[in-house]
Design a protein around this ligand. Sequence first.
Ligand code: PNW
Length: 496
Amino acid sequence: MAEFDFDNSPEAGLKGSLRKDFFWGYATAAPQIEGAWNADGKGPSTWDILAHTPGRVIDASTADDATRSYDFFREDVKLMKSYGVNAYRFSLSWSRIIPLGGKDDPVNEAGIKFYSELIDELLAHDITPFVTLFHWDVPQALEDRYKSMLDAEKYVPDFVRYARVCFETFGGKVKHWITYNEPGVYALAGYAGGAHAPNRSSDREKYSEGDTSTEPWIVGHTQLLSHAQVYRMYKEEFAHTQHGTIGITLSGNWSAPYDATSPADIAAAQRALEFEIAWFADPVHGSGDYPASMRAQLGSRLPTFTDAEKQTVKGSSDFYGMNTYTAFFVRDKVPPGQPIPPEDHKGNLAWSDINSEGVSRGAESDTEWLRTSPWGFAKLLHWVWDRYRVPIYITENGTTAKGEHVPAPPAGDVLNDVHRIEFYRAYVGEVAKAVTEGIDIRSYFGWTLLDNWEWAKGYTDRFGVTWVDFESEEKKRYPKRSAAFNREFFEHLIAR
Ligand code: PNW
C-alpha cells in the first residue's frame, strides 16, 4: 500500500530518474552492530580495547553485544527485505577473520563461516552485498606489535594478505568491494583529536601518546599505499575470474564561504574541501598527489609519494565512494601572515552555523556537527563530478533525530521520525536531480539500518531507520517510518 503518494508530490517529476540497476539499501559497520566481540575465536580490535578502557566512551558502554547482529543476521536480512532494499553495505571484522591480523597469522574458520553465511543469506534474498574490508577496527595485536599504520612497511603486507584471504574466500560471490571506509576520519579522529581508537593525540591532558602534527598524515599515507596495493592485486589476480569492482570510500561534507562575496572566505571553503576530500581523492582520482594547499600548510610533515607510488595510487578506484552528511560555513581561523599551529589539521578554518547573511546551514539533528543541508549535498555532487569524473557510489548518508532516547516500547511519535524522513526526502531528491543533470550516480546507502554503537558516543546517537531496544536481551528492533518512506521513494525513483 502506497502511503506517500509520490505521483502527487514535489518529487513527481523525478519518477524513474535513477538507472534500472541502481543499488540502494543501508550501510553498517561490524564493530557497531555485530557484538560477539570475543566469540568463536575473534581477536580483540583496537575498538574493543578502547571500549574496555574507562573514560573513553561517553556513556561508558561497550560494543560487546551492540545490536547482536552476529546472532540475528538472518532476522536483519529479513528486515531489510521488508524495507525493499536491493543491496546491503557491511564491513568485515579483520580480527574475526585473522585474530592476530598479521600476514603469517592463522585464519579463523569460524569467522569465515559467519560471513559466508551472511553473504549466502543476502544472495538468497536477492540483496547484493557491498563489502568493506576496513571500517576502523584494527586487530589490537598489530597495534601492540608495531603501532599498526604508523609503520607502513610492516602494516601494508599484513593488510594485503587480509584482503587476499577475503578475495579468495568471498570473491566468488561478492562483486562490490570497498577497501577503506573514510581514511580521513579514521586518521583524524584516532591520531589528531584522539577520541577514536587508537586514542593518539598531542593532547596530553587526555592521551598519553601521539603527535597530532605528524601522525594523521602518516596514517593517511599508509591507508593510501595499502589501498592501492590491494586494488592492483585485485585487478591482476582476481578481477579476470571474479569480475567485481573495487574502490575506496571517502568522507566529505560540503564547505561554503561564510561570506560568499569575500575572496578570503571563498579560498577558505576551497581549502576546506581540499583538506577533507582532496587529501585522498586527488591522489586516487585526480593528479596522483596531495593538493597544493595541503603541501603549503603542512610542508614536510605531509609524506611524499615516489613516482612509482604515484603510479600505483593514481586511478586505483573503479568508482568514487562517497560518505556525506552535512555542510558548513567556513572562513580563516588564523589571519593571513600569522603562523598556523602545527596541530591544525583542517586547513586553518573557523566554522559557523549561519553565514554572513544569517542563513542557517540547516535544521538541527541530535548530533552536534550534523544538520540537514541538502543544498550543500547538491553542490558537493557537482564539485566531485567536475573534479574527478568517475561514477559515484553514495555509500553513506543519514541523520540522527532529537527525541529518540525513550524507554521501550517507543511511543508512536518516536517511530514516526519526521525529521529523518525530511532528511531523506531532501537528500535522495538531490541524488535524483543530480542524475538528471548528467552526474553518474549508481548507488545510495542510508546510514544506517539499525540504531547502533556510535563509536565513542556509545548508544547516545541513534542513526537507524530501525529503533533498537538496547535494554532487551534480544535487542528488539522496531521499524521507524523512514524505512517505509525510503522504500516507496526508491520504488518511485528507480526506472523499471
Ligand atoms: C561515519 N563528520 O563517520 C562512519 O562511517 C560511521 O561508522 C558513523 O557511524 C557515521 O558516519 C555517523 O557518525 C563520520 O564529522 C563521523 O563529518 C564524523 C563525520 C563524518 C562521518
